[in-house]
Design a protein around this ligand. Structure first.
Ligand code: ADP
Ligand code: MG
Length: 263
């Protein structure tokens, strides 16, 4: 974070928050073991720039482990992941033109209860001294507005419902204008109405942001509703990839079984 970027309104920022792009992700022959457990088995997957891509499947099939590899929270035993064509695990990796920004919305939301909603959203911007305080306040307002929480910056995080916490977590992830945003089980712990609201929020965000979105979920209907494409995972393997329409009429017995048991 060196140098500064002068924005249209005259505010100097250390990061150009207006250069968001969608990144494309290529997973190649990825294998991961936990002891005897072969949790990821020859995973091949391509996620296109700007796509909303869901990874579905029953619990324990390796979805979260795969997601963690994409953000380098786990390291594979073999294989590689390319972001915009650049390998992320290779030792002598070429430097990409500019680092991509990514952020993950964890299942637990992982908010700081001692902070207000606005403070949670502005945490990263303030910590990294991204821009001047007035600009940070503007960004917090804008992001809360985008997730349907306009004017809520002064609420205590501990006072919020599960659905609102999830929205704050999303707003916090959006604060850095990420090129890639990842969600792990965003609908877990949410009731059906709140799940619908969240689905519509994510769909609406897609209209205003260019980033790539990757979602891990066991919630098939949620994935069918919000995704451009879906990969079905089972037993550490990808068994099917397709658009929601293709997934719905898939003849793959594992996919059919999953649709049958969850609808
Ligand atoms: P899910 O599809 O439900 O997200 P996970 O990716 O979390 O499944 O886990 C896949 C398998 O890997 C599970 O059997 C889980 O217990 C195991 N696992 C996940 N993380 C670890 C770890 N850090 N150490 C050992 N085993 C793990
Ligand atoms: Mg999981």
């Amino acid at each position: 974070l060196t140098g500064s970027i002068l924005h249209d309104d005259g505010c100097e920022c250390t990061v150009n928050l207006n250069d968001t792009r969608g990144v494309d992700i290529k997973v190649e022959k990825l294998n991961k073991y936990f002891g005897e457990l072969h949790v990821l088995q020859d995973i091949d997957l391509e996620i296109f720039a700007g796509e909303t891509f869901s990874i579905i499947g029953p619990s324990g099939t390796g979805k979260s482990v795969l997601l963690k590899h994409i953000v380098k929270l786990e390291h594979p035993d073999s294989g590689e992941i390319y972001i915009d064509g650049f390998p992320i695990f290779a030792n002598n990796k070429k430097q990409s033109e500019r680092d991509y920004r990514y952020s993950m919305v964890f299942q637990s939301s992982a908010l700081f209860n001692s902070l207000t909603v606005g403070e949670n959203v502005g945490l990263w911007l303030r910590e990294k001294r991204i821009c001047k305080e007035y600009k940070i306040k503007e960004i917090i307002k804008e992001k809360l507005d985008q997730v349907g929480l306009a004017g809520k910056e002064n609420l205590r995080t501990s006072e919020l419902s599960g659905g609102m916490k999830k929205r704050v977590a999303i707003a916090r992830s959006l604060a850095m204008n990420p090129d890639l945003i990842l969600y792990d089980e965003p609908t877990a712990e949410l009731d059906p109405v709140t799940t619908d609201e969240l689905a519509n929020t994510i769909l609406k965000l897609k209209e205003t942001t260019k980033n790539t979105t990757v979602i891990v979920t066991h919630d098939l209907n949620f994935a069918l509703y919000i995704s451009d494409r879906i990969a079905m995972m089972h037993g550490g393997r990808i068994v099917e990839v397709g658009t929601p329409a293709e997934i719905k009429k898939s003849q793959n017995p594992i996919v059919k079984g999953f649709i049958y048991t969850t609808t």
